[in-house]
Design a binder for this molecule. Structure first.
Ligand code: PEP
Ligand code: MN
Length: 352
Protein backbone atom coordinates (compact mmCIF):
# COMPACT_ATOMS: atom_id res chain seq x y z
CA UNK A 1 0.00 0.00 0.00
CA UNK A 2 1.11 3.57 -0.53
CA UNK A 3 0.04 6.70 1.26
CA UNK A 4 0.10 9.79 -0.94
CA UNK A 5 0.53 12.98 1.07
CA UNK A 6 -0.83 16.34 0.02
CA UNK A 7 1.79 18.75 -1.29
CA UNK A 8 3.24 20.91 1.46
CA UNK A 9 2.72 18.30 4.20
CA UNK A 10 4.93 19.24 7.19
CA UNK A 11 7.81 16.82 7.87
CA UNK A 12 6.59 16.25 11.41
CA UNK A 13 3.29 14.93 10.12
CA UNK A 14 5.10 12.45 7.87
CA UNK A 15 7.37 11.32 10.69
CA UNK A 16 4.32 10.78 12.92
CA UNK A 17 2.70 8.60 10.28
CA UNK A 18 5.90 6.63 9.74
CA UNK A 19 6.08 6.01 13.47
CA UNK A 20 2.48 4.82 13.53
CA UNK A 21 3.19 2.40 10.66
CA UNK A 22 6.22 0.98 12.44
CA UNK A 23 4.09 0.41 15.54
CA UNK A 24 1.75 -1.59 13.34
CA UNK A 25 4.68 -3.77 12.30
CA UNK A 26 5.01 -2.27 8.81
CA UNK A 27 8.10 -0.86 7.09
CA UNK A 28 7.48 2.67 5.79
CA UNK A 29 9.61 3.94 2.89
CA UNK A 30 9.48 7.65 2.22
CA UNK A 31 9.68 8.61 -1.45
CA UNK A 32 10.12 12.32 -2.06
CA UNK A 33 8.64 13.21 -5.44
CA UNK A 34 8.72 16.46 -7.34
CA UNK A 35 5.63 17.84 -5.66
CA UNK A 36 4.47 15.21 -3.21
CA UNK A 37 5.75 12.78 -0.64
CA UNK A 38 4.61 9.18 -0.87
CA UNK A 39 4.98 6.69 1.97
CA UNK A 40 5.33 3.17 0.62
CA UNK A 41 4.34 0.46 3.07
CA UNK A 42 5.86 -3.00 3.03
CA UNK A 43 4.53 -5.81 5.20
CA UNK A 44 1.17 -7.27 6.12
CA UNK A 45 -1.09 -4.60 4.70
CA UNK A 46 -3.92 -6.93 3.62
CA UNK A 47 -6.08 -6.11 6.63
CA UNK A 48 -5.61 -2.33 6.33
CA UNK A 49 -8.51 -0.36 4.96
CA UNK A 50 -7.38 2.56 2.77
CA UNK A 51 -10.35 4.63 4.00
CA UNK A 52 -9.38 4.02 7.61
CA UNK A 53 -5.78 5.05 6.86
CA UNK A 54 -7.07 8.33 5.46
CA UNK A 55 -8.59 9.17 8.83
CA UNK A 56 -5.11 9.15 10.42
CA UNK A 57 -4.23 12.62 9.11
CA UNK A 58 -5.92 15.46 7.22
CA UNK A 59 -2.68 15.68 5.17
CA UNK A 60 -3.27 12.33 3.52
CA UNK A 61 -4.52 12.72 -0.03
CA UNK A 62 -5.20 9.04 -0.54
CA UNK A 63 -4.11 5.54 0.36
CA UNK A 64 -3.85 3.05 -2.47
CA UNK A 65 -3.22 -0.66 -2.47
CA UNK A 66 -0.30 -1.87 -4.65
CA UNK A 67 -1.88 -4.69 -6.58
CA UNK A 68 1.31 -6.26 -7.95
CA UNK A 69 3.31 -9.02 -6.22
CA UNK A 70 6.43 -6.90 -6.66
CA UNK A 71 5.99 -3.87 -4.44
CA UNK A 72 9.10 -1.74 -4.18
CA UNK A 73 9.99 -2.04 -7.86
CA UNK A 74 6.49 -1.25 -9.10
CA UNK A 75 5.66 2.12 -10.61
CA UNK A 76 2.71 2.34 -8.24
CA UNK A 77 4.99 2.19 -5.20
CA UNK A 78 6.57 5.49 -6.19
CA UNK A 79 3.30 6.92 -7.44
CA UNK A 80 4.69 7.18 -10.96
CA UNK A 81 7.97 8.87 -9.98
CA UNK A 82 10.73 7.12 -11.98
CA UNK A 83 14.04 6.34 -10.35
CA UNK A 84 17.31 7.68 -11.59
CA UNK A 85 20.35 5.58 -10.78
CA UNK A 86 23.44 7.71 -10.20
CA UNK A 87 26.79 5.96 -10.61
CA UNK A 88 30.05 7.59 -9.57
CA UNK A 89 32.89 7.08 -12.02
CA UNK A 90 36.31 8.73 -12.15
CA UNK A 91 34.92 11.02 -14.89
CA UNK A 92 32.00 12.11 -12.75
CA UNK A 93 28.50 10.89 -12.01
CA UNK A 94 26.64 9.09 -14.78
CA UNK A 95 22.86 8.92 -14.55
CA UNK A 96 20.64 6.12 -15.79
CA UNK A 97 17.07 7.29 -16.16
CA UNK A 98 14.27 8.07 -18.54
CA UNK A 99 15.08 11.78 -18.53
CA UNK A 100 18.80 11.22 -19.16
CA UNK A 101 20.83 10.61 -22.30
CA UNK A 102 21.28 6.96 -23.29
CA UNK A 103 24.33 5.54 -21.49
CA UNK A 104 26.72 3.39 -23.53
CA UNK A 105 28.44 0.41 -21.92
CA UNK A 106 30.96 -1.41 -24.08
CA UNK A 107 33.84 -3.83 -23.84
CA UNK A 108 34.83 -7.43 -24.31
CA UNK A 109 32.93 -10.42 -23.03
CA UNK A 110 35.97 -11.46 -20.97
CA UNK A 111 38.99 -9.61 -19.70
CA UNK A 112 41.77 -11.48 -21.50
CA UNK A 113 44.95 -9.53 -20.76
CA UNK A 114 46.06 -6.04 -19.81
CA UNK A 115 46.84 -4.81 -23.31
CA UNK A 116 43.50 -5.81 -24.78
CA UNK A 117 41.41 -4.43 -21.94
CA UNK A 118 43.26 -1.11 -21.75
CA UNK A 119 43.23 -0.74 -25.53
CA UNK A 120 39.53 -1.60 -25.78
CA UNK A 121 38.72 0.80 -22.95
CA UNK A 122 40.48 3.65 -24.72
CA UNK A 123 38.76 2.92 -28.01
CA UNK A 124 35.23 2.60 -26.60
CA UNK A 125 35.72 5.73 -24.54
CA UNK A 126 36.79 7.67 -27.63
CA UNK A 127 33.61 6.46 -29.35
CA UNK A 128 31.38 7.71 -26.52
CA UNK A 129 31.06 4.90 -23.96
CA UNK A 130 30.77 5.90 -20.32
CA UNK A 131 31.37 2.38 -18.96
CA UNK A 132 33.72 -0.47 -19.73
CA UNK A 133 32.26 -3.95 -19.39
CA UNK A 134 34.35 -7.08 -19.08
CA UNK A 135 33.99 -10.39 -17.31
CA UNK A 136 36.48 -11.62 -14.74
CA UNK A 137 34.24 -14.52 -13.66
CA UNK A 138 32.49 -16.07 -16.64
CA UNK A 139 29.38 -18.26 -16.53
CA UNK A 140 30.18 -20.77 -19.30
CA UNK A 141 27.95 -23.58 -20.50
CA UNK A 142 30.93 -25.92 -20.75
CA UNK A 143 33.23 -26.55 -17.79
CA UNK A 144 36.05 -26.86 -20.32
CA UNK A 145 35.51 -23.39 -21.79
CA UNK A 146 37.51 -20.37 -20.62
CA UNK A 147 36.15 -19.48 -17.18
CA UNK A 148 37.64 -15.98 -16.87
CA UNK A 149 40.85 -14.94 -15.16
CA UNK A 150 39.06 -14.20 -11.87
CA UNK A 151 40.68 -11.92 -9.34
CA UNK A 152 43.63 -10.95 -11.54
CA UNK A 153 41.16 -9.73 -14.19
CA UNK A 154 39.61 -7.43 -11.59
CA UNK A 155 43.00 -5.77 -11.23
CA UNK A 156 43.16 -5.33 -15.00
CA UNK A 157 39.75 -3.68 -14.98
CA UNK A 158 41.01 -1.33 -12.28
CA UNK A 159 44.01 -0.54 -14.51
CA UNK A 160 41.70 0.20 -17.44
CA UNK A 161 39.65 2.53 -15.28
CA UNK A 162 42.79 4.24 -14.08
CA UNK A 163 43.95 4.70 -17.69
CA UNK A 164 40.63 5.97 -19.08
CA UNK A 165 38.35 7.18 -16.30
CA UNK A 166 35.58 4.87 -17.51
CA UNK A 167 33.23 3.30 -14.98
CA UNK A 168 33.48 -0.48 -14.66
CA UNK A 169 30.66 -3.03 -14.93
CA UNK A 170 31.55 -6.62 -14.18
CA UNK A 171 29.71 -9.74 -13.12
CA UNK A 172 29.70 -11.48 -9.79
CA UNK A 173 28.75 -15.16 -9.89
CA UNK A 174 29.35 -16.24 -6.33
CA UNK A 175 28.66 -14.58 -2.99
CA UNK A 176 32.20 -15.59 -1.97
CA UNK A 177 33.63 -13.16 -4.57
CA UNK A 178 31.23 -10.30 -3.91
CA UNK A 179 33.51 -8.21 -1.74
CA UNK A 180 36.35 -8.35 -4.27
CA UNK A 181 34.07 -7.61 -7.22
CA UNK A 182 32.27 -4.76 -5.45
CA UNK A 183 35.62 -3.21 -4.50
CA UNK A 184 36.48 -2.76 -8.19
CA UNK A 185 33.11 -2.51 -9.95
CA UNK A 186 31.17 0.72 -10.19
CA UNK A 187 28.15 -1.39 -11.09
CA UNK A 188 27.90 -5.04 -10.03
CA UNK A 189 26.33 -7.25 -12.67
CA UNK A 190 24.15 -10.26 -11.93
CA UNK A 191 24.11 -12.39 -15.07
CA UNK A 192 21.16 -14.04 -16.75
CA UNK A 193 22.02 -17.45 -15.34
CA UNK A 194 21.96 -16.12 -11.79
CA UNK A 195 18.82 -14.00 -12.03
CA UNK A 196 17.08 -16.31 -9.60
CA UNK A 197 20.06 -17.15 -7.43
CA UNK A 198 18.33 -15.89 -4.31
CA UNK A 199 21.29 -16.01 -1.89
CA UNK A 200 23.30 -14.00 -4.46
CA UNK A 201 20.46 -11.49 -4.90
CA UNK A 202 20.23 -11.02 -1.13
CA UNK A 203 23.97 -10.55 -0.79
CA UNK A 204 24.26 -8.12 -3.71
CA UNK A 205 21.20 -6.24 -2.44
CA UNK A 206 22.96 -5.91 0.90
CA UNK A 207 25.96 -4.01 -0.51
CA UNK A 208 26.06 -0.46 -1.76
CA UNK A 209 27.28 -0.50 -5.36
CA UNK A 210 24.55 -0.10 -7.99
CA UNK A 211 23.40 -3.35 -9.55
CA UNK A 212 22.74 -4.44 -13.13
CA UNK A 213 20.25 -7.30 -13.15
CA UNK A 214 20.12 -9.21 -16.40
CA UNK A 215 16.98 -11.03 -17.43
CA UNK A 216 17.10 -14.80 -16.96
CA UNK A 217 17.33 -16.99 -20.05
CA UNK A 218 13.68 -17.98 -19.80
CA UNK A 219 12.40 -15.55 -17.21
CA UNK A 220 9.01 -13.92 -17.51
CA UNK A 221 8.91 -10.20 -16.89
CA UNK A 222 7.19 -10.82 -13.58
CA UNK A 223 9.88 -13.27 -12.43
CA UNK A 224 12.51 -10.71 -13.41
CA UNK A 225 10.79 -7.96 -11.44
CA UNK A 226 10.44 -10.28 -8.45
CA UNK A 227 14.21 -10.91 -8.65
CA UNK A 228 14.74 -7.14 -8.64
CA UNK A 229 12.41 -6.95 -5.64
CA UNK A 230 14.91 -9.13 -3.73
CA UNK A 231 17.59 -6.49 -4.32
CA UNK A 232 15.39 -3.63 -3.15
CA UNK A 233 14.09 -5.66 -0.21
CA UNK A 234 17.70 -6.25 0.85
CA UNK A 235 18.29 -2.49 0.86
CA UNK A 236 19.72 -1.59 -2.55
CA UNK A 237 17.39 0.53 -4.67
CA UNK A 238 20.03 1.39 -7.30
CA UNK A 239 19.04 -1.29 -9.73
CA UNK A 240 19.11 -1.27 -13.54
CA UNK A 241 17.31 -4.00 -15.50
CA UNK A 242 19.00 -5.42 -18.60
CA UNK A 243 17.08 -7.17 -21.38
CA UNK A 244 19.56 -9.58 -23.03
CA UNK A 245 17.36 -11.86 -25.06
CA UNK A 246 15.30 -14.85 -24.04
CA UNK A 247 15.25 -18.45 -25.15
CA UNK A 248 12.77 -19.05 -27.90
CA UNK A 249 12.02 -21.97 -30.20
CA UNK A 250 14.27 -20.89 -33.07
CA UNK A 251 18.01 -20.86 -32.45
CA UNK A 252 19.04 -21.41 -36.03
CA UNK A 253 19.77 -17.80 -36.91
CA UNK A 254 19.91 -16.09 -33.54
CA UNK A 255 21.40 -17.09 -30.20
CA UNK A 256 18.45 -15.56 -28.32
CA UNK A 257 15.33 -13.56 -29.08
CA UNK A 258 15.85 -9.95 -28.07
CA UNK A 259 12.58 -8.95 -26.46
CA UNK A 260 12.45 -5.25 -27.28
CA UNK A 261 8.78 -5.11 -26.34
CA UNK A 262 9.99 -5.70 -22.79
CA UNK A 263 11.19 -2.08 -22.75
CA UNK A 264 7.78 -0.39 -22.96
CA UNK A 265 6.28 -3.16 -20.81
CA UNK A 266 8.86 -2.56 -18.09
CA UNK A 267 8.34 1.18 -18.37
CA UNK A 268 4.67 0.67 -17.63
CA UNK A 269 5.32 -1.63 -14.66
CA UNK A 270 8.45 -0.35 -12.92
CA UNK A 271 10.28 2.85 -12.04
CA UNK A 272 13.68 1.20 -12.53
CA UNK A 273 15.95 2.22 -15.44
CA UNK A 274 16.32 -0.13 -18.39
CA UNK A 275 19.32 -1.34 -20.42
CA UNK A 276 19.33 -3.46 -23.58
CA UNK A 277 22.14 -5.84 -24.59
CA UNK A 278 21.80 -6.63 -28.30
CA UNK A 279 25.08 -8.59 -28.28
CA UNK A 280 23.86 -11.49 -26.14
CA UNK A 281 20.35 -10.71 -27.43
CA UNK A 282 21.24 -11.76 -30.98
CA UNK A 283 24.60 -13.54 -30.71
CA UNK A 284 25.52 -12.21 -34.17
CA UNK A 285 27.72 -9.14 -34.62
CA UNK A 286 26.06 -8.22 -37.92
CA UNK A 287 22.68 -7.84 -36.20
CA UNK A 288 23.90 -5.86 -33.21
CA UNK A 289 23.88 -2.35 -34.77
CA UNK A 290 20.32 -2.44 -36.05
CA UNK A 291 18.97 -3.89 -32.79
CA UNK A 292 20.91 -1.29 -30.80
CA UNK A 293 19.25 1.44 -32.85
CA UNK A 294 15.86 -0.18 -32.37
CA UNK A 295 16.47 -0.35 -28.61
CA UNK A 296 16.98 3.40 -28.47
CA UNK A 297 13.87 3.93 -30.56
CA UNK A 298 11.76 1.91 -28.10
CA UNK A 299 13.08 3.89 -25.16
CA UNK A 300 15.99 2.10 -23.53
CA UNK A 301 18.00 4.14 -21.02
CA UNK A 302 21.28 2.36 -21.77
CA UNK A 303 22.95 -0.09 -24.13
CA UNK A 304 25.51 -2.81 -23.44
CA UNK A 305 27.59 -3.80 -26.45
CA UNK A 306 30.40 -6.34 -26.65
CA UNK A 307 33.52 -4.95 -28.33
CA UNK A 308 36.77 -6.86 -28.88
CA UNK A 309 39.94 -5.71 -30.64
CA UNK A 310 40.09 -8.99 -32.53
CA UNK A 311 36.75 -10.85 -32.38
CA UNK A 312 38.07 -13.84 -34.35
CA UNK A 313 40.56 -14.54 -31.55
CA UNK A 314 38.23 -13.76 -28.60
CA UNK A 315 38.24 -16.27 -25.75
CA UNK A 316 34.46 -15.89 -25.45
CA UNK A 317 31.60 -14.47 -27.53
CA UNK A 318 33.73 -13.45 -30.53
CA UNK A 319 30.88 -14.03 -33.04
CA UNK A 320 28.74 -11.34 -31.37
CA UNK A 321 31.53 -8.84 -30.72
CA UNK A 322 32.03 -5.65 -32.71
CA UNK A 323 35.50 -4.35 -33.47
CA UNK A 324 36.36 -0.95 -31.96
CA UNK A 325 35.98 0.59 -35.43
CA UNK A 326 32.55 -0.94 -35.90
CA UNK A 327 31.56 0.34 -32.46
CA UNK A 328 32.72 3.85 -33.35
CA UNK A 329 30.66 3.76 -36.56
CA UNK A 330 27.69 2.47 -34.60
CA UNK A 331 27.79 5.29 -32.05
CA UNK A 332 27.58 7.81 -34.90
CA UNK A 333 24.46 6.07 -36.12
CA UNK A 334 23.03 5.78 -32.63
CA UNK A 335 23.43 9.52 -32.23
CA UNK A 336 20.92 10.09 -35.01
CA UNK A 337 18.26 7.95 -33.33
CA UNK A 338 19.21 9.28 -29.90
CA UNK A 339 18.75 12.84 -31.10
CA UNK A 340 15.43 11.99 -32.71
CA UNK A 341 14.05 10.74 -29.39
CA UNK A 342 15.73 13.48 -27.33
CA UNK A 343 18.08 11.09 -25.55
CA UNK A 344 21.57 12.03 -26.81
CA UNK A 345 24.08 14.18 -24.96
CA UNK A 346 25.50 16.29 -27.79
CA UNK A 347 23.82 17.74 -30.83
CA UNK A 348 25.10 16.19 -34.05
CA UNK A 349 27.55 18.47 -35.83
CA UNK A 350 25.87 20.21 -38.74
CA UNK A 351 26.89 18.86 -42.12
CA UNK A 352 28.32 21.65 -44.28
C1 PEP B 1 27.80 -11.11 -19.95
O1 PEP B 1 27.28 -9.99 -19.97
O2 PEP B 1 29.01 -11.29 -20.02
C2 PEP B 1 26.96 -12.30 -19.87
C3 PEP B 1 27.46 -13.48 -19.54
O3 PEP B 1 25.69 -12.06 -20.17
P1 PEP B 1 24.36 -12.90 -19.82
O4 PEP B 1 24.38 -13.11 -18.34
O5 PEP B 1 23.28 -11.97 -20.26
O6 PEP B 1 24.43 -14.15 -20.62
MN1 MN C 1 29.48 -12.38 -23.42
Amino acid sequence: MIIVMKSGTPDQEIQGLEQQMREWGLIPEKIVGQSQVVIGLVGETASLDPEHIKDLSPWIEKAVRVSKPYKRVSREFRHGELSRVAVSTPQGTVYFGEQDPVVLVAGPCSVENEDMIVETAGRVKAAGAAFLRGGAYKPRTSPYAFQGHGESALDLLAAAREATGLGIITEVMDTADLEKVAAIADVVQIGARNMQNFPLLKAVGGQEKPVLLKRGLSATIEEWLMAAEYLLAAGNANVILCERGIRSFDRQFLRNTLDLAAVPVLRSLTHLPIMVDPSHGTGVAAFVPVMAKAAIAVGTDALMIEVHPNPAQALSDGPQSLTPDQFATLTQELAVIGQAVGRWPEPIAAVV
